[in-house]
Design a protein around this ligand. Structure first.
Ligand code: FES
Length: 84
């Protein structure tokens, strides 16, 4: 049997599925698909997928995946104040 990376499970087709939100069974692919479908914020991601709706320990990872897929990094507020 091939060892599996931590946090990954093999599907029936031999591909790996990384679970980001264990509480609600939300995968990295689910989050990327939501971003590609127009999801723009973590609260919206939670509404669409359920990620973060329970313990919330997945929110940082979910937010990073959302930003990575969208190709956008939100600037912290102090950075915006200096730009004006
Ligand atoms: S791991 Fe996502 S809400 Fe608990």
């Amino acid at each position: 049997m091939t060892p599996q990376p931590a946090g990954c499970l093999s599907s029936a087709y031999g591909r790996h599925r990384m679970y980001v939100c264990i509480c609600n069974g939300v995968t990295e692919r689910d989050i990327r698909q939501a971003a590609e479908a127009g999801c723009r914020s973590v609260p919206e991601l939670t509404m669409r997928t359920g990620a973060g709706a329970n313990c919330g320990s997945c929110l940082d990872t979910a937010a990073a995946l959302l930003e990575d897929t969208r190709g956008v990094r939100e600037l912290p507020v102090p950075m915006l104040q200096h730009a004006a």
